[in-house]
Design a protein around this ligand. Structure first.
Ligand code: WT7
Length: 650
């Protein structure tokens, strides 16, 4: 856990009057939720359309296996699309989509309904049934959203894999989820060039069995290899389908999707989300945290659909609330560093939600860039993925928000499905750098190692002490791991989040980063063990230790220490590049180590555990901490002598 400064020069920012006066939720919401938590969530669920009402809000008779809205039935796609069309909003834009090369598509709710119905019919023709798993490996194009909703519409479980992941990572997820259909594209545009996806699918499918169909969207028009009988073009299959499809209502606990995330072991965990509780909490939080006004807001979550942020706040939350969203395919610097600001200006974005790492990159590029665009439509800003340092918060507030927009710093996880700790824009006096308060109806506490609740002005571990509607239901295929990972440290009623947290004297919660062996690089969770096992998978490497070292832009950077096999030759830079590329190929470019140091020894405790804390000190060039439990303290001197070399940039 790294120390985060909690000094904000005492500055707080009270909610602007224009926001408070018309806010979707006011201060009473906290009292209401604490008076009767379940009634509060039931009321939130009533914002959705239920085909059959529930009998019981929560069944927690077998913790930690929760059932929310027991007996209720609904269709997620109907709630996100059809119901708005039926209510007369078919002409409203659901997405202003913009491709990286500058091509655009405007998709209304009526069009989305037709497209999702066609895709649902296509999946049925491919033999997909309710409960089947469908892998989605796509760029940021409308078909990605359409594919997800088509799955939800027919009760199939989607499993989106971020397009930056390697064929290996894709293959292992397909195997673990048991997916039989893959939806992909020839490629997508990134950094000014087409980036291929289909070849990765072809390669992945040589390493996993059971996939019978691959549905391919044409996006970049790159050449693709074709496996007859297995591969089918989206435009051939989907376009000829009927735009009529009658959605079926599914049980509130019917599985909606699996999303893999890194844990403390090399094997990623398939986080399972279900139907009714998930949609209730993403829809409600999206409406309350972002004060979403469907008739006037232009909402933009600038993230990839391949992560949970995209699932909850590009797709399900915004659509359930009938938002008009912006969706952008590419990177912020293409073709120039003002691209995002140009998009805000062009579409009149009013609410922007993104990650601190992007804000810090913008800071590096300089305030002149946002100053060159009209950003006055913005009224609210959000942050997610890692702690936002007060300096970045203040810069975001001033140079993007023009000093007038509240910033909601939202703490949550793939596992929580939706916002858990966040200010509310019409209520909370903002403290830069702190996520501040549990969302109404959420019970978050800071505890010591024994699980005792800590008072104000203390530091400990973050736990959630009551179940919540959008909580994960299990780890796909591994109930034991679900219990062990989240519900064993403090018993079966207490969810251990894996984050350190501090409560300040005013009761604000400050998130301090992971306390386990998980790194956070640009808001992406990467397991140290996963990178270590990739490194030792290379023929030259005998042993590896990986740490997340603090990094001014990405939050943490991956630093690896490797011991070579006796037979391997240390060719210096060349070997380091080979190993970095090996990890990128193995896991994906986001896992490419910033720095790799070849060493003779690794610091270990007497019980043989690698002392990552010391390696982190080295990687961050700090004075060494306590080395008394080391087997051989000269190891650290040896490692320090090897200290290189400026970290690599790419
Ligand atoms: C981990 C979850 C939530 C979607 C994106 C990441 C860190 C997330 C914050 C925040 C401080 C944050 C935590 C958490 N995190 N949001 N506002 N302040 N830390 O989802 O990949 O599941 O990662 O991200 O460490 O445990 P994820």
């Amino acid at each position: 856990m790294s120390e985060t400064t909690t000094s904000t020069e005492g500055r707080t920012f009270s909610p602007p009057e224009q926001i408070t006066a018309q806010a979707n939720v006011g201060p009473d919401v906290y009292d209401e939720a604490s008076r009767d938590r379940l009634a509060f969530w039931a009321k939130a669920a009533e914002r959705l359309h239920w085909e059959q009402p529930w009998d019981e809000v929560l069944d927690w008779s077998n913790p930690p296996f929760a059932k929310w809205f027991v007996g209720g039935k609904l269709n997620v796609a109907y709630n996100c699309v059809d119901r708005h069309v039926e209510a007369g909003h078919g002409e409203q834009v659901a997405y202003h989509w913009e491709g990286e090369p500058g091509d655009t598509r405007t998709i209304t709710y009526a069009q989305l309904k037709d497209d999702v119905s066609r895709a649902a019919n296509a999946l049925l023709e491919l033999g997909v049934q309710a409960g089947d798993r469908v892998a989605i490996y796509m760029p940021m194009i409308p078909e990605t959203v359409i594919a997800m909703l088509a799955c939800a519409r027919i009760g199939a479980v989607h499993m989106v894999v971020f397009g930056g992941f390697s064929p290996d990572a894709l293959a292992s997820r397909i195997t673990d989820a048991g997916a039989q259909v893959v939806i992909t594209a020839d490629g997508g545009y990134r950094r000014g060039a087409p980036s291929a996806l289909k070849p990765n699918v072809d390669e992945a499918l040589t390493r996993t069995e059971g996939v019978r169909s691959v549905l391919v969207v044409r996006r970049t028009e790159q050449d693709v290899e074709w496996t007859e009988g297995r591969d089918v073009w989206w435009h051939d299959l989907v376009d000829r389908q009927s735009p009529e499809h009658t959605p079926e209502a599914f049980d509130a606990e019917h599985p909606l999707y699996i999303m893999y995330t890194s844990g403390t072991t090399a094997k990623p965990k398939g986080i399972l989300h279900t139907t009714g509780g998930y949609l209730t909490q993403v829809a409600y939080t999206h409406w309350a945290t972002f004060d979403l006004k469907p008739d006037t807001d232009v909402y933009w979550t600038a993230a990839d659909v391949g992560w949970v942020t995209g699932h909850s706040y590009i797709v399900y939350g915004p659509l359930a609330n009938r938002a008009t969203s912006v969706m952008y395919e590419g990177t912020p610097e293409t073709p120039h560093r003002g691209r995002w600001f140009e998009l805000i200006q062009k579409y009149g974005v009013t609410v922007l939600y993104t990650a601190p790492t992007v804000i810090r990159t913008f800071m590096k590029w300089g305030e002149d860039i946002p100053a060159g665009f009209d950003l006055t439509t913005l009224r609210l800003l959000g942050s997610v993925g890692e702690p936002i340092n007060p300096e970045a918060w203040l810069w975001y507030h001033e140079h993007i928000g023009g000093g007038r927009c509240p910033i909601v710093d939202t703490w949550w996880q793939t596992e929580t499905g939706a916002h858990m700790i966040t200010p509310l824009p019409g209520v909370t006096s903002l403290v830069p750098g702190s996520a501040q308060h549990p969302f109404p109806g959420i019970s978050a506490k800071v505890v010591d190692d024994e699980g005792n609740e800590l008072g104000d002005d203390s530091t400990g571990l973050l736990v959630l002490t009551e179940p919540w509607p959008s909580m994960l239901r299990t780890i796909w295929g591994d109930d034991d791991r679900y219990v062990d990972t989240y519900w064993s440290r403090f018993g079966k009623n207490v969810y251990f989040a894996g984050d350190g947290a501090k409560k300040d004297a005013d009761g604000n919660i400050w998130l301090l980063g992971r306390v386990d062996d998980v790194m956070n690089v640009s808001g992406h969770r990467i397991s140290t063990t996963e990178v270590e096992s990739s490194l030792v998978g290379h023929p030259t490497v005998a042993e590896a230790a990986v740490v997340g070292a603090s990094d001014p832009t990405t939050g943490q950077g991956i630093v690896a220490f490797v011991i070579l096999r006796g037979t391997a030759e240390d060719s210096g830079d060349e070997l380091v590049q080979t190993l970095r590329n090996h990890v990128a190929r193995d896991i994906g470019p986001i896992a490419k180590p910033r720095q790799i140091m070849v060493v003779q020894e690794l610091p270990k405790t007497r019980s043989g555990k690698i002392m990552r804390r010391l390696l982190r000190d080295i990687a961050e060039n700090r004075e060494l901490g306590d080395v008394t439990t080391l087997t051989d303290s000269s190891v650290m001197e040896l490692i320090k002598e090897k200290l290189p070399a400026t970290p690599s940039e790419d």
